[in-house]
Design a protein around this ligand. Sequence first.
Ligand code: GBH
Length: 521
Amino acid sequence: LSPAPDACTAAVRSSINWGTATSAYQVEGGWNADGKSPSIWDTLAQSPGKIADNTTGDVACDMYNRWAEDIALMKQLGVKNYRLSVAWTRIIPAGVAGSAVNMAGVDWYRNLIKALLAAGIRPAVTMYHWDLPQVLQDNYGGFLSPNIQEDFLYYADTLFKHLGDIVDQWMTFNEVISICELGYQVDVFAPQANKGLGAKYTCGHNVLLAHAKTMQLYRTKYAAQKGRVSIALDGKWGYPKDPNNPADVAAAENFMVFQYAWMADPLYFGDYPAVMKETQGALLPKFTAEESKLLRATTIDFFSVNFYCGYYVWAPAPGSPKELTYDVGANTGGQFISPGIPSNAPWLFKTPDGLRLTLQWLAKRYNGPEFWITENGVSGPDEDWKPLPAVLDDTYRQDYYNVGCRCIGGDGVSGPDEDWKPLPAVLDDTYRQDYYKTYLDNLCLAKSVDGVNVGNYYAWSWMDNFEWRDGFKKRFGIIYIDLKNNLARHPKGTAKWLSQHFFNINPVAPATLRAASVARQ
Ligand code: GBH
């Protein structure tokens, strides 16, 4: 095994809680088990032609049935922190506030979480990782209606009530850009609403208010649980295309504001960024004085960041088509162009310093809160097997030549999905190890040199899983799932490397969380 990154000295490593992450729809399966209702992702994935390999999350990794095996493997690798999400559709099948709580669903999560604690693993739970009850989409358009606030609050209340004694780290929502831009502005993710930029902002507004009401509920009714609550935000780092051109530097700044500050300015300061209000006009909803006050009074307990990569950003030429701007003033070329080398996912490049630069940017704007990296990872090459005709359809390479070089210093590209290797070779995922090594080096530099307060870090993902529109064609796991052999689990080299240098550094989580919260006082 290669050594730990240089900046990740023993002292730095032991100051961070290391873990790994999944989400409910991507791993659980059991899509209609024990009273669960369908979510918008069940609907999308079950519609023919919507998912790249025509798979669904109906079974996924079958964690619904194989959770004990998964926890045993986590324990074996020394994992002490695990981020998971709860499926709303298991807990409140009818979705709406006041409707019945499905105790079979509650019990499934209680058993899982108790088994995690018994194995010395501390959970961090996301309430919403994209699997909206279909009935709420049908009833009122999901996140485009303010009704979602009350229904989400009832769901959150139910989780605090039934799981709050054994969970003390919560995230309300995962990735508001993914939920609102990809799900409601355009038609990439469920529910594929495709209703334009105003829909993204309306959705984000409802997410922020549902989140703030949840924070308020936790700090009043559930204050005795003494846990911490946040919301997971995502964004790409913007590299100015020409760092010596002030217009490109300003565009890159706008790029960050329109991603992170869209959500985090309201969370910290009670209102949207000035540049967004000025440029987006009536498309951007307004907070009432009461709402603004609520937001300021319920500041998140830690800043949760999902980070994968960065792109080049530059000032758009005057009169550029709107789709070539990131909402306003920041051109990313309408495609992903990056200084980093490509992965096998067209949106993901290896830009390790983007993590450090993102943390510096956020720490400055929000005055140095505690940061958690709640996702970071990569889908490696050489792990997918496709039958020959599909392999010959190398659209990835065609696209590469079409747009020109996507990375500095290269003039060709090795495509994804082309190599088939026997299992032992697949598990030797040096590409992924190298990704983690360079990103973690930057994380440790952010902590030790820049003084950024990094609390927790979760590698995405614990195991290969249902990668949304890509189905099982993209593998982000540190555990390999053998799709051709009964979903057998096999640790990749990265899992062993993280185990040795990171997971095993941390102390075992207390078997009851009461002990943890008392220790914090
Ligand atoms: C995370 O999102 C998710 O939280 C996680 O569930 C997922 O498994 C992980 O990424 C890996 O993808 O289809 O080309 O228009 C990261 C943000 C937003 C990145 C959607 C990929 C698709 C771009 N993701 N984006 S594209």
